[in-house]
Design a binder for this molecule. Structure first.
Ligand SMILES: [Zn+2]
Length: 342
């Protein structure tokens, strides 16, 4: 348990968060919570990326109960407009989700309806309504289903052959993901092809890694969930050229607007760390009339310092218990770890 978690728990149990919240309220701010998936999993048996599963159904329910009780919770575009309106604002919270997995419809949607919270969901539009999934999900499944095989590929185990088993899989997956996120798109395709061939792996649609259908997206949108872009193919924007960035951002925006008959004003950059975007990204964002965009860098947004194309978010993950969650949302500067590992 980290020091932040221990301290957060202690303050929360002592009932001191109310005091911290009153102190924090002197400075208007926008806190954007970042999630990927809400799902009950058995980590030992789970074949996909458990790092994307940020809360159990019960934990998420309790988290939403807390923020609906203490904060004004708005979809991101409304919260952003309020923060930058020049009008006096209190503390505002937005709840955001990246990618567009099916559990957002089956698990998340009933809970936000229960608390009347309208979240914002950033979707990789090429994956919605298909039998496809994220390439990172396939890498994780390829390794987790290869126990007993020997893997001999660059950037894993310093180029030395390694047997895949329960003890080595975590390290192998981490090394492959780290390498593939940073290389140009075409190199990545070639590398992943080689990996899958060497493990005799082919992805088949799986309920644990399925994306939402457009009908689900439309139903959620009609209720009040906001949808923003997460590119078409979950592209690492900094790893593709200007024209490809423009395509990824333009086509995904157009698809959302066509399917939902509502403007798509915002975007979350896939991965969202400091290396995920470059100077051309912001140029494209302005050219395409995107209004604001989320990074995945930890922090809170204030009216006087907000950077509209690099909004900060507060990431929630499975290790965050309810008391720590309350402390994190109440006083992020004390309790939110700088989680971006680059
Ligand atoms: Zn993503």
């Amino acid at each position: 348990m980290s020091k932040r978690q221990v301290l957060g728990n202690v303050l929360s149990r002592m009932g001191l968060l109310g005091l911290l919240r009153r102190l924090e309220k002197r400075r208007p701010s926008l806190k954007i919570l970042a999630y990927h998936r809400i799902k009950d999993i058995d980590v030992g048996k789970y074949l996909f990326d458990e790092e994307l599963v940020d809360a159990t159904v019960q934990d998420f329910d309790r988290q939403m109960a807390f923020i609906s009780r203490h904060y004004q919770v708005l979809p991101l575009s409304e919260a952003y407009d309020l923060l930058t309106s020049g009008k006096p604002v209190d503390q505002v919270v937005s709840v955001t989700f990246d990618d567009g997995f099916e559990d957002l419809y089956t698990n998340m949607f009933p809970i936000v309806k229960k608390y009347d919270i309208r979240p914002t969901v950033f979707i990789a539009t090429d994956l919605i309504g298909t039998s496809e999934t994220l390439w990172t999900e396939k890498i994780v499944q390829a390794v987790k289903t290869a126990h007993g095989k020997t893997l001999d590929i660059a950037f894993v185990n310093e180029g030395q052959p390694i047997q895949v088993n329960a003890a080595s899989q975590g390290k192998i997956i981490a090394q492959i993901l780290r390498h593939t996120k940073d290389i140009p798109y075409t190199e990545r395709l070639a590398y992943v092809d080689k990996l899958f061939n060497s493990l005799a792996y082919a992805y088949e649609e799986h309920p644990d890694s399925r994306f939402m259908s457009w009908e689900m997206v439309q139903e959620m949108s009609a209720w009040g969930v906001e949808f923003g872009s997460h590119t078409c193919k979950h592209a690492v924007l900094a790893s593709v050229d200007y024209e490809t960035q423009k395509y990824e951002l333009e086509a995904s925006k157009a698809e959302i607007e066509r399917r939902l008959s509502k403007p798509c004003r915002n975007l979350a950059y896939p991965y969202g760390g400091p290396k995920s975007t470059n100077k051309e990204t912001e140029r494209v964002m302005s050219e395409l009339s995107y209004d604001h965009a989320c990074s995945y860098i930890s922090g809170v947004n204030y009216p006087d310092t907000v950077n509209r194309f690099q909004l900060r978010r507060l990431h929630v993950d499975r290790t965050v218990d309810l008391n720590w969650f309350k402390a994190k949302v109440t006083r992020p500067s004390l309790f939110a770890a700088d989680f971006y590992k680059n």
